[in-house]
Design a protein around this ligand. Structure first.
Ligand code: SF4
Length: 343
């Protein structure tokens, strides 16, 4: 018989398992505390459980269905994980530590591969395999915590896959992070390439975490060239939907913009972008393209980055330039999986 997977189950799921196995509901709460607040590695580490309960768990359950297949540690402290799923497929997560800050941010995946086919993304080359279950999404954070012994304080849904195309499992995992891992809604960010029906769904449930939009272009023409999703969900409709979203939720959105040399980094592009988002309650996050030998794209000139930033700031936007993390490892999403797939 298949073993019961514990991490990622909601409270009632675990309580039912305990009751079905002649244990009290209270034992479920104890197990919850061990996995979500302490992220223990084994059932034997759950020292306040009676030996007989621990034996039962060992016989009938496992903590996770994911396992760590590979791990790379960067000089700057970034850790990249390759997790193997039960069916042999792999997904990636990254843990980032920022100097002078207590925050530990984990970037997690929601799908195996991705169907969106953005031209600058290594994950796109894997194609789409399947959605992750909510349990598989939650287990990434659990395994990072149990491996490092550290508490993840911020979670970003920016790994492999398009979260809004797996929206129900994504929302269920957020519920568990908030209620069990005790990560505040404002410390969770979901990044989408612009799936309008998904944004509308989040708007209708008054989503309280941060929504980030991978815009990466100042107009539809450039966007279609690098992000095929723009053929279906047009630039102007996306900005209009985001405007409605910010009005309904009273939440600012984050515009993600990866600067790629000679593709979308001209001063004209900066001006167009500033105009396009001038009425949108938003901050801008500029990301410097992580150049790699398999991609035709190049990193922009430093001078251009500064000018681009200046133009947006002059238009009244708060702009951050995202530090490149883990430059000495395969930290860009999809690179580690691609290596694995080609082995
Ligand atoms: S950038 Fe995101 S949405 Fe685009 S292909 Fe990569 S994982 Fe998918």
């Amino acid at each position: 018989m298949e073993k019961f997977i514990i991490v990622g189950k909601n409270v009632s799921g675990l309580e039912k398992f305990m009751i079905d196995n002649n244990q009290s509901k209270f034992r479920a709460k104890q197990v919850y505390n061990w996995i979500y607040l302490k992220s223990v590695k084994t059932f034997d580490d759950m020292t306040d459980l009676p030996v007989q309960t621990r034996e039962l768990l060992k016989e009938k359950a496992v903590l996770t269905s994911l396992s760590i297949k590979d791990k790379q540690v960067s000089k700057d402290g970034t850790i990249k994980y390759l997790f193997e799923l039960k069916d042999g497929a792999c997904v990636e997560s990254v843990l980032m530590r920022f100097d002078n800050r207590a925050n530990l941010t984990a970037c997690i995946s929601t799908q195996v591969g991705c169907a969106m086919n953005c031209s600058f993304c290594a994950t796109a080359k894997l194609g789409f395999k399947r959605n992750l279950t909510s349990e598989e999404i939650v287990q990434q954070i659990f395994l990072i915590q149990s491996d490092t012994g550290l508490k993840v304080t911020n979670i970003v849904y920016m790994g492999q896959g398009e979260p809004l195309l797996n929206i129900d499992n994504m929302l269920e995992s957020i519920k568990i992070f908030r209620e069990q891992f005790q990560v505040g809604a404002r410390r969770i960010t979901v990044s989408t390439c612009g799936i309008i029906p998904g944004i509308e769904k989040l708007m209708n449930i008054n989503f309280q975490s941060t929504l980030a939009i991978s815009l990466h272009a100042p107009d539809n023409e450039i966007r279609e060239k690098i992000m095929p999703v723009a053929k279906k969900y047009k630039f102007d409709s996306l900005i209009e939907t985001l405007q409605k979203y910010t009005e309904k939720t009273s939440r600012r959105v984050t515009i993600e913009y990866v600067l790629i040399k000679d593709v979308n980094d001209s001063l004209e592009d900066a001006k167009k972008l500033a105009f396009a988002i001038s009425k949108l309650k938003s901050n801008v996050n500029l990301i410097i393209y992580n150049q790699n030998e398999k991609s035709p794209y190049k990193r922009p000139e430093k001078n251009n980055i500064l000018k681009f930033k200046y133009i947006l700031e002059a238009s009244g936007k708060k702009v951050t330039v995202r530090l490149e993390r883990g430059a000495d490892i395969d930290a860009a999403c999809g690179q580690l999986s691609l290596k694995q797939a080609s082995k």
